[in-house]
Design a protein around this ligand. Structure first.
Ligand code: BJW
Length: 342
């Protein structure tokens, strides 16, 4: 659906049907010898790691059916992310921006956490010195029961609401009602067409009764939540981080992307899980060495493919096998974790 709208010159908003679909699970059953050596080398280092950080992005939730922002299958395929994820866009056209976020709230509510969300939650339960920094606003890590004290939301949440009035401090978290107003029911589907909603039909503050509410996400040019940034800094300052898992993120948005270099500069190693590894990321650190020595000395591992497939496999020596089953109410549970705590 092409929408002609003043905010965007190239707009095809709400055309989010180009998801990145998960690669078939058979990808891991046919590992080449070098891929198996890569995995074994990573797992050996993982077992020896005491302090681990994960930086996750939209690709983590791709196989849950939620579109990513950039690249193939990008959320804003013909639309620049900067155009909607800014305070200016909201101020210019709150109706457009609210419909965009309303559709994403609906999609996130319908989505289920995948095996990678559960695997990270399980790692957190088994390793007190494991911390996940998520750029995602979809709430899926929380719904996979990731321990909240080991999960920092750098870019806020689709399910937080804030009053835009300068004079009002209203903020509410975990607000899962959809639609937020009867008028926003038209934006309940990811491909819903755009229709202008007057200001009176958009969510207003229940405290001051005058201010317009906005989604509690971090837009370009806005500061990240200071508590989350401080907690991340404290974790990094408390001791060397042995390993950072970089999962499903393009690493293009700062300051989040900067954590990878900070860990490398401390001497920590990096493991990248992405459906699309570019040539420079895949480079062997020691290409001239024979394979065994090369793998033993690696400072970086890459796992190309669906994070929902790779992450549970890569973490298996610590967390055991992850099996996800759906409950009668449609919610999913991580039922079988085979490794005992001996
Ligand atoms: C798969 C997969 C599968 C697919 N399996 N993988 C330093 C240098 C340059 C610029 C800056 C800088 N520091 C700050 C800036 C400016 C700016 C910035 O970074 N700009 C860049 C674009 C250059 N940063 C900011 O403005 C930040 N604020 C700030 O710095 O404030 C300073 C300040 C201080 C004090 C006072 C005031 C201000 C704020 C950034 C906020 C970002 N917000 C968004 C929107 C959130 C709300 C929403 O969701 O709508 O966050 S933008 C968007 O990008 C969203 C994401 O969290 C973020 C990152 O995207 P992500 O997650 O990496 O997704 P994609 O789509 O990019 O990548 C997906 C990846 O998954 C791809 O690689 C795929 O291949 C892969 N994939 N399927 C595995 N199945």
């Amino acid at each position: 659906m092409t929408v002609d709208h003043p905010v965007s010159r190239s707009a095809v908003p709400y055309q989010f049907d180009n998801h990145v679909f998960p690669t078939p699970s058979t990808q891991l059953e046919t590992l080449t010898p070098s891929a198996a050596a890569n995995l074994a080398s990573f797992q050996a280092y993982l077992r020896s790691s005491k302090r681990i950080l994960a930086l996750v992005g939209a690709g983590l939730s791709a196989s849950s059916g939620l579109p990513t922002f950039r690249g193939t299958g990008g959320l804003w395929r013909n639309y620049d992310a900067m155009e909607l994820a800014t305070p200016e866009a909201f101020s210019n056209d709150p109706s457009l921006v609210w419909q965009f976020y309303s559709a994403r709230r609906a999609a996130a509510l319908q989505a289920m956490p995948n095996k990678a969300h559960y695997a990270l939650a399980e790692l957190a339960k088994r390793m007190p010195d494991f911390l996940t920094l998520t750029q995602n606003v979809d709430g899926l890590s929380t719904r996979a029961n990731h321990p909240p004290n080991q999960l920092l939301h750098l870019h806020g949440s689709l399910f937080s609401l804030k009053c835009t009035s300068f004079y009002c401090d209203f903020q509410e978290d975990n607000h899962f009602t959809h639609p937020l107003t009867p008028e926003l029911a038209i934006a309940s589907e990811i491909s819903a067409p755009y229709a202008h909603i007057p200001l009176s039909g958009l969510p207003h503050c229940p405290k001051c009764h005058t201010g317009l509410l906005r989604p509690g996400v971090v837009w370009f040019g806005e500061a990240l939540p200071w508590r989350a940034v401080k907690a991340a800094d404290d974790f990094i300052s408390a001791g060397k981080v042995d390993l950072i898992l970089v999962i499903g993120t393009s690493g293009t948005v700062y300051p989040a992307a900067g954590y990878v270099d900070r860990i490398r500069m401390q001497g920590g190693k990096v493991a990248v899980f992405n459906i699309d590894i570019d040539d420079s990321e895949g480079e062997d650190d020691f290409p001239e060495m024979e394979p065994e020595r090369s793998y033993a000395n690696r400072t970086k591992w890459t796992f190309e493919g669906d994070a929902a497939e790779w992450v549970p496999v890569a973490l298996e020596p610590i967390i055991g096998p992850i099996e996800v089953q759906e409950g009668s109410d449609g919610e999913r549970f991580n039922l079988a974790v085979g490794r005992s705590d001996d």
